[in-house]
Design a protein around this ligand. Structure first.
Ligand code: DAS
Length: 360
């Protein structure tokens, strides 16, 4: 009797093991996250004449499907589909490019079959686009901007790993809700803080207050999270922005005069960002012109030309309250231009503009 029972137990065990094995074989693997890659050009799509050309090459040559095909490892991380939004070097980005790209990102982010978005972009103005999207696209899905310092044709090109790390970050659930991110050289930066600080090394992008995290061998590691308002917490909405006003940047230096400021205003600038020496200082010969332009309705924003981390304090170098000028806090001139444009597009006056510089 006992023997009979043992035999039927053994038979059942074998059948169970076999069924489990079959199930494991035929079980559908967990669905991979769906990531859309929006290609805009830049060095990551660049090509040089020889493998030794790491700095002289043509940007914006390789199409999006070849970018994806060039990194087969992407398929292990996510289901990636590509769109060629532009094919340009990013120094030629215009406000219209920003609006077109931003509206496409916002539309894709609403789609249930999109889990994350990666944007390949030239490095020259990558920081401006990343901040613009951080301010205006209302989604908590990961949006990751990535570029490269060397063309794919160069020895030790950095684009392929940057792209794999960007897709990894866009596919990672723990990237959600952190605003628009920039992934370069294994680091994850907030689009707000990061800027291209070196123009010849792969370690080119730096955030004065440090990166948020890293990507190492297909995994994201986080050390901090943004505290400034962004994406779903922003009062700016790409879908409500029709056009961006002209805002220009004038560079401060020794022997300064007011020519550039007056010329920008004559051309219709609604605001001028002063890229001041030190902590946003204004040379004496320039002050009268800025006061005159302010009186004519042009907003004046004092920023700083320093590259490793500026901090412009209100009423420190200039009587901003008396002159009704705005200070950019820790935003560099090119970021200050982006914020000022979206703020003026919403009709901000100088008081609202100053609030926005402290909150975003
Ligand atoms: N000209 C640069 C640009 O397109 C190339 C690059 O570094 O991406 O921004």
């Amino acid at each position: 009797m006992l023997k009979k029972l043992m035999n039927s137990l053994a038979t059942g065990l074998v059948a169970l093991t076999f069924a489990a094995a079959v199930h494991a074989q035929t079980a559908t693997p967990p669905a991979r996250p769906q990531v859309v890659l929006l290609a805009t050009g830049g060095t990551i799509a660049g090509a040089g004449a020889t493998a030794a050309n790491s700095a002289s090459y043509q940007a914006a040559k390789v199409p999006v499907d070849k970018l994806i095909a060039g990194v087969p490892e992407l398929a292990q991380v996510a289901q990636v589909r590509g769109e060629q939004v532009f094919q340009i070097a990013s120094e030629s980005f215009t406000n219209e490019h920003l609006l077109t790209l931003g509206k496409r990102v916002a539309a894709l982010a609403k789609q249930p079959d999109v889990d994350g978005i990666v944007i390949t972009h030239g490095t020259d103005t990558l920081e401006e686009t990343a901040y613009f999207l951080n301010l205006t696209v209302h989604t908590d899905k990961p949006v990751v901007v990535v570029g490269s310092m060397r063309p794919s044709t160069a020895i030790s090109a950095d684009g392929a790993l940057n792209l794999l790390n960007a897709v990894t970050t866009a596919a990672a659930k723990d990237s959600r809700g952190k605003g628009v991110l920039v992934v370069m050289n294994d680091e994850i930066h907030t689009g707000r803080d990061v800027s291209k600080s070196v123009n010849i090394k792969t370690e080119a992008f730096r955030s004065p207050w440090g990166p948020l995290g890293m990507v190492v061998e297909g995994k994201t590691y986080w050390f901090r999270a943004p505290v400034k308002r962004h994406t779903t917490g922003s009062e700016f909405d790409i879908e409500q922005i029709g056009a961006l006003p002209a805002v220009s940047i004038a560079y401060g230096s020794g022997n300064a005069d007011d020519t550039a400021y007056r010329a920008f205003a004559a051309k219709g600038a609604k605001a001028i960002i002063h890229a001041g020496t030190g902590n946003g200082s204004v040379a004496a010969p320039v002050v009268p012109a800025l006061r005159e332009l302010r009186a004519q309705g042009v907003q004046i924003v004092r920023s700083a030309r320093v590259t490793a981390g500026g901090f412009v304090l209100r009423n420190a170098e200039q009587p901003d309250d008396q002159y009704d000028w705005v200070v950019s806090h820790d935003l560099n001139p090119q970021k200050a231009r982006i914020l000022t444009m979206v703020a003026l597009a919403r009709g901000a006056d100088s008081k609202a503009l100053q609030r926005m510089f402290m909150e975003y």
